[in-house]
Design a protein around this ligand. Sequence first.
Ligand SMILES: NC(=O)c1ccc[n+]([C@@H]2O[C@H](COP(=O)([O-])OP(=O)(O)OC[C@H]3O[C@@H](n4cnc5c(N)ncnc54)[C@H](O)[C@@H]3O)[C@@H](O)[C@H]2O)c1
Length: 322
Amino acid sequence: MYFSKKIAVTGGCGFLGVHLCKKLLSMGNEVICIDNCYSSQKRNIYHLLENPRFEFLRHDITFPLYIEVDEIYNLACPASPVHYQRDPVQTIKTCIHGTINMLGLAKRIKAKILQASTSEVYGDPEVHPQPEGYWGRVNPIGIRSCYDEGKRCAETLFFDYHRQHDLDIKIARIFNTYGPMMHPNDGRVVSNFIIQALGNKNITIYGDGNQTRSFCYVDDLIDGLIKLMDSPDAITGPVNLGNPDEITIMELAQKIIKLSGSQSCIEKQPIPLDDPLKRKPDIQLAEKILSWQPSTSLDHGLEQTLLFFKKANDIQIDHSLS
Ligand SMILES: NC(=O)c1ccc[n+]([C@@H]2O[C@H](COP(=O)([O-])OP(=O)(O)OC[C@H]3O[C@@H](n4cnc5c(N)ncnc54)[C@H](O)[C@@H]3O)[C@@H](O)[C@H]2O)c1
């Protein structure tokens, strides 16, 4: 039997946040979406605003917040390099001040709190695939550090609140996730390739294209987050959530060209600084303690994402004609 809860989702207007709010509402919960729309738009949640169990609060989590909820999913943080490098000081403030504020709130109201951490805590890893016990290899002073080190520090804060204040915490280390509602211009590889393919423009690959990534479809990831939040108190994480099927960036580009029937060619450009060469989650822990594993094939997930971007494209063309 499922009892409905009052749940706060910080970053609820973002790519993962919208899917999470929607899923939590569909389960009968009340959802408060907290977002300052730094890397998203309010229109992402227009379709949820009519639901009487949904509420939107425009708020920057680097400032304290006083609400009453049973659970907090802390997703607020720009996730793509384009967005988190635009104002790196604000990024690290969100990771640290924002996390302290959300942990303080959870402590005051005795709520359970889940942190959306990231595979970036592993940096450019020497261990492959990356298990949760691996401490990572992160450059502390590079252009990605505001995000990578910010997220590492957020994990530390979660564990210190847990040890010092007995707070009920959960940490998910999320690996590359894709799907409908991705931001079209935030430079993430799947959305970049799809937009270039749909416009029959050259697909830009950084480096030789042999670097690998593994992509998790958004529905699978959201199921994993909810399973982690609903797991017994003794399970704190960190737990890797991602899809272990590895693919080279070159193979991904070729797959997207094929699925979209595009005329695009591939163009190579120099690889950016600190771009990891390999990224693949070890998800044995999630399989064991959450009975979770992704079930959506890359082809199916890409087809759904292509459909979303095609529709968004058509709407834009419609608007430009009117
Ligand atoms: N999408 C992925 O592949 C991925 C991978 C690893 C980790 N994550 C983590 O998951 C979370 C969500 O990622 P996403 O892909 O939805 O990113 P996103 O950028 O689409 O969404 C983040 C949301 O947080 C909001 N936000 C940023 N700073 C804020 C602040 N100070 N106060 C209130 N709101 C703020 C943004 O406006 C945005 O709506 C992030 O914490 C990210 O680090 C995502």
